[in-house]
Design a protein around this ligand. Structure first.
Ligand code: OXD
Ligand code: MN
Length: 590
């Protein structure tokens, strides 16, 4: 006889396919009860209260930080686990050398064994969510089932979660199925599996955002990149901002930087005092979905509705808006705490930590007080410069796409690709120093094409071909640029002040899009002509600026040889046109 299903508050109007999915999960995992999330404020508060009761959440000082709470992870579960993340396609070469691959049948067997009975004594939360504005034709929905109230609460901030999403699923008739259980939080029983051909994700053994909030990296990047290729759009690891000029015209820019390389800070940039009249509007800080629009331009939406940002380093000077935004109604993960219960992290100029991120009395001998990948989760609506276009169903037209990485040498402050296909090469060549956002060594330079190395749900060779093919779908493509805020001198000091001053680079980029800003041609692309970058009020010497804008042909020849080897590692899937672009740059370098 089939095991009876547990007590459930399933809404009468739940689409049949969703009910069937939830029943299937419940039969295997055996939860004690099932809660269908409606996305209400009462529900969010109930989830927090439950976590308090279980000892999973610490209330922070409610006078200084109303509505703020702290969750401490299991110390083995503080970042994305790329080595345990798989793309399971029928043919291994469809996942490509850029992904770990497992045969779907083997992966299902492995995951079913892990999920079997794993929710006994637990509540299964059904989290219907919509990635993108509820009424947008570009949005896509999913249902995550999870046994973690922390995940359910975070999904409430990060996505349009609850009844409206469930209704949309009923209209769409299609959704991504996400299975999630924290399991035993055992690193030896932890897997993040993607089945793009089945629009299914199965994640077990981790509660960390990038592994467990399935709407984010798993759906909005890995599964969506797969869907986007077959449907003719793009799912990218990009922040999105609107830049309003002193003349009142707003330009939209999308920028792809690897994890923890400053996308959130750029998206919330505060113009320096010497550039009056400029305004920045944030649309997104991590993911953009780009679609050919009806007027021949490329349009973008941010599929998320909140930020899951890196905390350390946030202060009124680096990011005033983020600092203000996270003083209320924020879920912190793995920060330290002061004697009077305020959250604390490295780089926060005030306060003294007394308890570290693991809940121990703070002792510098144990390392940083806050985990280097400690995070805040907050609704995007709390950002004082949140763009009024964030809910626009049609998205915003993109003028420029900017790639960047963390490189202490080589890449100049900014350069422009000659055209779209050269831009695809620039994106495919992105390399960056690794950060604490993923487990593994920090500070090692690795190739991270389009900042998608951990997130592209299929073979990079096919992905570059898809990028190139956008030229046939979008008449007025954005201009493509590359920036590097992280160049250092021989003593290891940053050459460029970064943060608000990055607006000078954005101004040049917009000027190029308007056909106004001056540039000089170099073998790697167009660089600002002498005097073309606005340096009024900037405290950077002419010599430093010259170094920031220099192109060392010898070093670039070595770089391009490495890029060639990298592109070749994707065999016949690497598009010939991309190799031709590379050969062209090599020819120009001599
Ligand atoms: C993130 C990441 O959390 O890229 O955004 O790891
Ligand atoms: Mn990211």
């Amino acid at each position: 006889m089939a095991t009876p299903l547990p007590r459930t508050d399933r809404p009468a109007r739940a689409p049949k396919a969703v009910a069937a999915f939830v029943d299937e999960v419940a039969r295997l995992t055996q939860p004690e009860r099932i809660h269908w999330c409606d996305g209400s404020q009462e529900e969010y508060e109930g989830l927090l209260a439950l976590m308090h009761e279980r000892g999973d959440l610490v209330t922070l000082n409610q006078d200084t930080h109303p509505g703020c709470h702290l969750h401490r992870s299991n110390p083995s579960d503080v970042a994305r686990v790329e080595h345990l993340t798989f793309v399971c396609t029928h043919h291994s070469h469809d996942a490509g050398p850029n992904n770990n691959w497992m045969d779907p049948a083997d992966a299902h067997r492995l995951m079913r064994d892990l999920f079997e009975g794993c929710m006994r004594g637990r509540t299964l939360y059904v989290v219907p969510y919509c990635m993108g504005p509820i009424d947008s034709p570009y949005a896509r929905c999913g249902v995550e089932v999870t046994d973690s109230p922390y995940v359910a609460a975070n999904m409430g901030l990060m996505t349009r979660m609850g009844s409206a999403a469930l209704e949309r699923i009923g209209r769409d008739g299609k959704f991504v199925k996400g299975w999630h259980s924290t399991g035993e939080l055992d690193p030896d029983r932890r897997y993040i599996m993607h089945f793009p051909e089945e629009l299914t994700i199965m994640s077990y053994g981790s509660g960390y955002g990038g592994n467990a909030l399935l709407g984010k990296k798993c759906h909005a990047l890995r599964i969506a990149s797969w869907q986007a290729r077959s449907e003719g759009w793009m799912a990218e690891h990009m922040m999105l901002l609107g830049l309003e000029s002193p003349q009142g015209k707003t330009y939209y820019v999308a920028a792809a930087f690897p994890s923890a390389c400053g996308k959130t800070n750029l998206a919330m940039l505060i113009p320096p005092g010497s550039m009056p009249g400029w305004k920045v509007w944030t649309l997104g800080d991590d993911i953009a979905w780009l679609h050919p629009g009806p007027d021949g331009r490329l349009y973008a939406i941010n599929p998320e509705s909140g930020y899951f940002g890196v905390v350390p380093g946030t202060n009124p000077h680096t990011n005033r808006h983020a600092y203000d935004m996270i003083r209320r109604d924020t879920l912190f993960t793995n920060v330290a705490v002061t004697a009077d219960g305020q959250p604390w992290w490295e780089g926060l100029e005030d306060g003294t930590p007394v308890t570290d991120w693991q809940g121990r009395p703070y002792d510098a001998k144990n390392g940083p007080a806050a985990h280097p990948n400690s995070r805040f989760t907050v609704s995007a609506k709390q950002n004082p410069i949140c763009s009024p276009m964030i809910d626009a169903p049609a998205g915003v037209p993109i003028s420029a796409i900017v790639f960047g990485g963390r490189r202490r040498e080589l890449a100049p402050l900014v350069y422009q690709a000659r055209n779209w296909s050269h831009g695809v090469l620039v994106g495919a060549s992105v390399a960056s120093e690794t950060t604490a956002a993923a487990t593994g060594k920090v500070g090692v330079v690795r190739r991270d094409p389009m900042a998608m190395k951990p997130f592209c749900g299929y073979n990079f060779g096919d992905y570059w071909a898809h990028w190139l093919a956008m030229a046939g779908k979008v008449e007025r493509l954005p201009k493509v640029f590359h920036v590097n805020w992280f160049r250092r001198d021989k003593d290891g000091r940053f050459l460029w002040p970064g943060f608000g001053e990055n607006l000078r680079v954005l101004e040049w980029i917009i000027g190029r899009c308007e056909g106004k800003a001056e540039a000089v041609e170099t073998p790697i692309g167009w660089l600002p002509a002498p005097g073309a970058l606005n340096t009024k009020g900037l405290d950077v010497s002419a010599a430093t600026l010259a170094e920031l804008l220099s192109v060392d042909a010898e070093a670039w020849r070595t770089e391009m040889a490495e890029v060639a080897e990298y592109l070749d590692s994707f065999d016949e899937r690497t598009p010939a046109d991309l190799k031709a672009e590379l050969a062209d740059v090599q020819r120009r370098l001599g």
